[in-house]
Design a protein around this ligand. Structure first.
Ligand SMILES: Cc1cc2nc3c(=O)[nH]c(=O)nc-3n(C[C@H](O)[C@H](O)[C@H](O)COP(=O)(O)OP(=O)(O)OC[C@H]3O[C@@H](n4cnc5c(N)ncnc54)[C@H](O)[C@@H]3O)c2cc1C
Length: 411
């Protein structure tokens, strides 16, 4: 066995998933900035649904090197406002068929999602969310202590702890998927349809001609552009500024960690908004854990001891068996957070410049519907109904999409 492994490592020709980065052309009809999930999905749906040609994705690092391959992969649609619920419902539906659509295994794993309630106020919010979800056709219900214990026997249901579990919001469609497989699946299929994917290609400046971006400067040269789609998450402020756009976004670190792997024992995804922690078990057997965004702005993706301590206190109360386990890795990403915890999508004040930003703590689950809707916006020049609620204008016409209660820790 070790010999055959060695032979494979040294000699065997491995199949490339993607062709190597090609030379940059002088001009492209559509340039997507950012090779994370949103940029790649947008390019894929542009090519697939609209036959778009002469499209380039520019990524400053490697594919999914931003938040897409740093996230904890929670997929769900149990938000609070109708517009957001409809959007995320579409995304969950696309996820359910994505492995087949792409012909690429994204390891989609339906789990069920429990948002624990530890107080009467949290039970009330759960009921509010459940009713909103049901009205919008999403499976969501409030369950009591007995049902919580049945769905998650590992949970500490003692009444003699600091925050006993009173019940939960149960969302049967909660799921996880393999994050880098989602990015690579979209990239592979987009590339097969002619989309050029340029890694190690950083956008460093833009020239405007009137109210339109005419040229993009990169570390590999300057290109003339038709339409531009910005999908750069933590770098949203910086890149939008190059086009002269000021975004109501803050860049805040968000951290997560995983334990050593063990055999499968935790099926559902468990979230406690009140205790600001969540946990699921990955296909590899690791417990994937995270919490709230850091309370201070930052540009580093390193993790910190105090956040780990804050997270582990309540986590051990909920799952005492974790005390016997080791942490394997911890890391962070830079989340692009808006004040109403909803994204900014669609047209921008600059002609032919499209925004997919403000994904904050919740954008992994949005990748399929985000790419789908952004492709519509770019191809037609109109904001599709699915994302009207997420327009940039909402910050000036007082129509914010208040999702903080359903989005912050739940991801
Ligand atoms: C710790 C953590 C946990 C999370 N957990 C969840 C979760 O459970 N569920 C969920 O739905 N969401 C979660 N999220 C949020 C989710 O990961 C993001 O919202 C989502 O991945 C954003 O995707 P994106 O494609 O917009 O951005 P990214 O994946 O960050 O991609 C943007 C890309 O743009 C590139 N870029 C930046 N600047 C430039 C430039 N100047 N030129 C060229 N390229 C550039 C970056 O290198 C990057 O690859 C989590 C995030 C973090 C950090």
């Amino acid at each position: 066995m070790p010999f055959s492994l060695l032979k494979y490592g040294l000699g065997a020709k491995r199949k490339q998933v993607l062709p190597p980065t090609p030379p940059l052309k002088d001009s492209y009809d559509i340039v997507v900035i950012g090779g994370g999930g949103h940029g790649l999905a947008t390019a894929y749906y542009l090519a697939k649904r609209y036959g778009a040609q002469n499209v380039a994705v520019l990524e400053k690092g490697w594919l999914a090197s931003g938040n897409t391959a740093r996230n904890t992969t929670i997929i769900r649609s149990n938000y609070l406002t109708s517009g957001a619920i409809q959007f995320f419902k579409k995304s969950v539906e696309l996820y359910q068929g994505l492995s087949n659509d792409l012909g690429y295994n994204i390891m989609f794993s339906p789990r069920g999602h429990l948002t624990l309630a530890h107080s009467d106020a949290a039970m009330r919010t759960s009921r509010w969310r459940a009713e909103q979800n049901k009205l919008n056709g999403v499976r969501s219900e409030v369950i009591g202590r007995k049902e919580v214990a049945e769905l998650c026997p590992q949970l500490n249901m003692s009444e003699d702890i600091r925050y006993p579990v009173l019940g939960a919001l149960y969302h049967a469609d909660g799921a996880t998927a393999r994050h880098d497989a989602v990015a690579w699946g979209y990239a592979k299929r987009a590339s097969e349809m002619g989309v050029e994917i340029h890694t190690q290609t950083e956008v460093v400046g833009m020239d405007l001609n009137g109210n339109k971006v005419d040229k993009i400067h990169t570390n590999r040269g300057t290109i003339k552009v038709g339409k531009v789609v910005q999908c750069v998450a933590g770098a949203s402020l910086k890149v939008a500024e190059m086009a002269g756009i000021k975004l109501p976004i803050r860049a805040l670190p968000l951290q997560a960690c995983v334990s050593e792997p063990v055999k499968p024992l935790l099926d559902p995804i468990i979230v406690s908004g009140s205790l600001a922690v969540y946990i699921s078990q990955s296909a590899r057997g690791e417990f994937v854990m995270g919490g709230e965004i850091d309370p201070y702005p930052g540009a580093t993706s390193r993790s910190s001891t105090e956040i780990k301590e804050e997270m582990m206190g309540p986590m051990l109360e909920l799952f005492p068996f974790l005390a016997n386990m080791k942490l394997l890795r911890q890391w962070g990403g830079i989340a692009d957070v808006t004040d109403d915890y909803s994204p900014i999508m669609g047209l921008s004040p600059v002609d032919d410049y499209f925004l997919s930003a403000g994904w904050g703590t919740l954008g992994f689950k949005a990748i399929p519907a985000g790419g789908y809707a952004m492709a519509d916006a770019v191809a037609t020049g109109k904001t599709p109904d699915l994302i009207k609620t997420f327009s940039l204008e909402r910050f000036s016409d007082m129509s914010l999409v208040g999702e903080r209660a359903a989005a912050a820790v739940g991801h």
